[in-house]
Design a protein around this ligand. Structure first.
Ligand SMILES: [Fe+2]
Ligand SMILES: [Fe+2]
Length: 213
């Protein structure tokens, strides 16, 4: 599998190379091939999100394990969609509440799918839609309560996971707005900026960093 075409102006030369290396690992390749077969446009989106995540991670001073987590997170964040019928994924008309619920289930399904990886990857994947106006699967309160429980044991790690999840959530949101989808056309930068500043609830520095790309 080769790196897909994209029109982002990445800041770091090594970003593409890193994503290429990660995507060639056996355990990653098998997931990417499943996405390729089930939903090619989700695979392309996942590559682009992976690139944005790693590039933003480097800009924010992350390295080593964190950069890998961001790369895996970007590449695999929507892996749960392989369990959802493509007829529903590609539907370009109104979704029933049942269909919406099915689609929203991709975060938990995705986290379960990567059980063989370290826990932090599961936590990043399950949270990638939790920094938006209508977050799922957990609303702000649930996330904060869950955090309180964990905070005693793993205070620092918790903060790290939250930061990495916000980078993933912002990159995912941005690429979703900037690329053509079955149900909507791509947005210009100014429009994407306006939407993200009102609907992305994570750290807005990441929005500004994305807009530079
Ligand atoms: Fe998603
Ligand atoms: Fe996504």
């Amino acid at each position: 599998m080769r790196i897909i075409q994209h029109s982002y102006r990445l800041k770091f030369q090594q970003t593409e190379e890193l994503i290429e290396i990660l995507s060639k690992e056996d355990r990653i390749r098998k997931y990417l091939e499943a996405l390729q077969n089930h939903s090619p446009h989700t695979l392309e989106h996942s590559y682009r999100v992976g690139l944005l995540c790693v590039d933003l991670g480097l800009e924010n001073g992350f390295q080593g394990r964190e950069i890998k987590l961001l790369g895996y997170g970007g590449l695999l964040h929507d892996i749960g969609k392989v369990y959802i019928p493509s007829k529903i994924l590609d539907k370009n008309s109104f979704l029933t509440s049942f269909e919406r619920e099915l689609i929203n289930g991709h975060t938990r399904l995705g986290a379960e799918a990567v059980e063989e990886f370290e826990d932090d990857l599961m936590r990043i994947i399950v949270g990638h839609h939790e920094y938006q106006i209508n977050p799922y699967p957990r609303k702000g309160n649930e996330r904060r309560n869950a955090k309180r429980k964990e905070v005693i044991e793993r205070r620092e790690n918790n903060h790290l996971v939250e930061t990495l999840t916000q980078i993933l959530a912002a990159s995912d949101f941005y690429d979703a707005l900037r690329s053509e989808r079955a149900y909507q056309s791509s947005k210009e930068k100014e429009e994407a900026e306006r939407i993200m500043l009102t609907k992305y609830t994570g750290n807005h520095n990441y929005v500004n960093q994305l807009l530079m790309r």
